[in-house]
Design a binder for this molecule. Structure first.
Ligand code: ARG
Length: 586
């Protein structure tokens, strides 16, 4: 279905045309004065200059040329030349009925669908997931779901960090702890054990220990660098260790992401791109794009219009070693070969924006992607504690994601402790509500901005929070549970007097398509959150203004219930796109 606002715009455009003005002036928007009207067109003001005519005269000409009068409940020209619009109850009703009848709630499918790769999550193996990875996973998952729901062909790729210094650090530390393992014996020619020589919790101890040492002990750091180099150059024992590290940590990552309701289609790794590097580098040299600067191989990516500093994109270090850039560029080559995407989306800390700008420019300039391929880095800000600094544990350490989820779930359980429910049930529901609190708390912010993780506020059942949205849905579910089947089989109707709160709910419900498309276009789940919040408010106001279950007018009651069902379906779809679910009670 077309967005309601587009249907209205089309009509106003046609009227501008019929009155002899350029149709482009008919662009109509949602009103910013909802007390006066629902939609408004300010095109007559802009047209006034071009046609040297008073705007109000133009607006009146347009009104005289409206063909589809049925569409409007009110349309008027007001000084100095605004066109204020309310859609008619009948038109809106028909629109809602169509949404109701459509499994997709009217959201059109992308035509043609785009092939999109979303690079998100970006965990590093052997390091526990910490809250810094939360945003990438939560925002990326939502964007993946939105773009996919729009009918695009989307691949969500975890892009594991598995090839950097952290592996060399672990190998070096492990060698100190268990020097007798066959992996360190260069003369060893037998089969390495199937079982990893460490557990996940050991691994989690090894990495920070090694990282700490490397900061104080230059020799240790050098050894780690060398181990990384040897790994990358195929040393057999190190490859075998790396495999073990991968198995152990990926299993743990999968488990953790599952708790977050995040799943990847592909568990791509930085190391997957390594085979593409040499041809890519050769191509950059042959094409005359790469040159040596201070010993390193670089590609200039500065453009004349740049106002900010734009350093060249480094491809190889002076010792020939590859970098984060090299891997990302080679991954582009790999993805073009595997998926040939129309659109690349990267989720990574906003502090990496210059980096991605360089990489994208380099990829375009050197022809790794075709000119019409879209590449976007969606940078996200930091999740801070109440003190405004990066979120930490009470003792000041890096907060592990698991613990954060537990803390939030406990808080929800505390809030629900007076419920008449079994412990099992509370446990289950608290997990759902807790996840909604965390995800909505994050997603409702503009991705690029930092935000304060406030457990009290995020878990509150009131205000702009995940639990409030769930609460609204549970409210609808509980009304529906008390309705007869006949009640539930009615349709949305306009054959009775529609009150203000109901009118507002109807109008909000009609905006779902717009909200989804906007969130997809702008990669902005926060816009979907805002919509869902407003719809929930409208629903609750409607609920408080009417006695739904005791309504005697059958037609009205059935229509109200259909409206509740529609709202619930929209909310269900909406939170599904955000990446969480609602319980039946809470
Ligand atoms: N592993 C990286 C980190 O922890 C994030 C990866 C983002 N994606 C990418 N293609 N560079 O910062």
């Amino acid at each position: 279905m077309k967005k309601l606002i587009d249907l209205i715009s089309d009509e106003i455009r046609a009227a501008f045309g019929a009155a002899g003005y350029d149709t482009s002036y008919g662009q109509t928007a949602v009103s910013n004065r909802p007390d006066l009207c629902q939609f408004q067109c300010n095109g007559a003001l802009a047209a006034a200059k071009a046609y040297k005519k008073a705007p109000i005269m133009i607006a009146n000409d347009v009104l005289a040329n409206i063909k589809n009068k049925e569409m409007f409940g009110m349309i008027e020209a007001v000084m100095p030349g605004f066109i204020n619009i309310k859609v008619s109850e009948k038109y809106l009703n028909d629109y809602l009925v169509k949404m109701y009848e459509d499994e997709r709630l009217g959201v059109p499918k992308a035509d043609p669908p785009k092939k999109i790769v979303i690079d998100y999550g970006g965990p590093n193996v052997a390091k526990p997931l910490h809250v810094g990875h939360l945003r990438s996973a939560v925002i990326g998952e939502s964007i993946k779901r939105i773009l996919r729901f729009e009918g695009n062909d989307v691949v969500g790729d975890a892009h594991l960090g598995d090839w950097g210094l952290q592996i060399g650090l672990i190998i070096t530390e492990l060698k100190e702890r268990k020097p007798d393992l066959p992996y360190f014996d260069e003369g060893f020619e037998g089969e390495y054990p199937d079982e990893a020589p460490f557990t996940m919790s050991e691994l989690e101890d090894i990495y920070p220990a090694a990282n700490g040492k490397s900061k104080e002990d230059e020799a240790f750091k050098e050894a780690a660098r060398h181990a990384t180099f040897e790994l990358q150059n195929g040393r057999r024992g190190y490859r075998a260790l790396w495999k073990h590290i991968m198995e152990v940590s990926v299993a743990d990552l999968v488990k953790n992401y599952e708790k977050l309701n995040v799943s990847f289609d592909v568990w791509g790794k930085e190391s997957d791109a390594q085979p593409y590097i040499s041809d890519m580098v050769q191509g950059m040299k042959d094409g005359g794009f790469a040159h040596i600067s201070d010993g390193a191989l670089v590609v200039d990516v500065k453009e004349e219009s740049d106002t900010k500093e734009m350093p060249p994109c480094m491809i190889l270090k002076s010792d020939g070693a590859t970098l984060y850039n090299t891997t990302d560029l080679a991954t582009i080559v790999e993805r073009v070969e595997k998926y040939n995407p129309d659109y690349f989306v990267y989720l990574a800390d906003v502090r990496q924006s210059l980096y991605f700008e360089q990489v994208f420019r380099c990829a375009r300039k050197t022809g790794l992607v075709k000119p019409d391929v879209k590449m976007t880095h969606l940078g996200f800000g930091t999740m801070n504690g109440k003190d405004g600094k990066a979120f930490k544990t009470r003792t000041g350490g890096v907060m592990r994601l698991e613990y954060l989820i537990n803390d939030v779930t406990e808080e929800v359980k505390r809030k629900m402790s007076d419920r008449d429910m079994s412990e099992d049930e509370i446990e289950k529901i608290a997990a759902m509500v807790g996840l909604a609190a965390i995800k909505y708390g994050d997603l409702s912010n503009q991705p690029t901005k930092d935000y304060i993780f406030d457990i009290d506020r995020f878990t509150s059942f009131e205000g702009n929070t995940g639990p409030y949205i769930l609460y609204t849905m549970v409210r609808i579910k509980s009304i529906l549970a008390r309705c007869s089947e006949t009640d539930k089989n009615g349709t949305i109707s306009d054959q009775y007097e529609i009150g203000a709160e109901e009118g507002e709910l109807r109008l909000k419900a009609s905006g779902f398509i717009d909200a989804v498309l906007l969130a997809g276009e702008d990669l902005a789940p926060n816009k979907l959150c805002q919509y869902i919040y407003e719809l929930s408010n409208a629903l609750n106001a409607f609920y408080h203004a009417n006695h739904i279950l005791t309504e005697e007018n059958e037609k009205k009651k059935a229509s109200w219930i259909a409206l509740l069902i529609l709202t619930l379906r929209i909310l269900e779809k909406g939170i599904g796109l955000l990446g969480f679910e609602a319980p039946d009670r809470m």
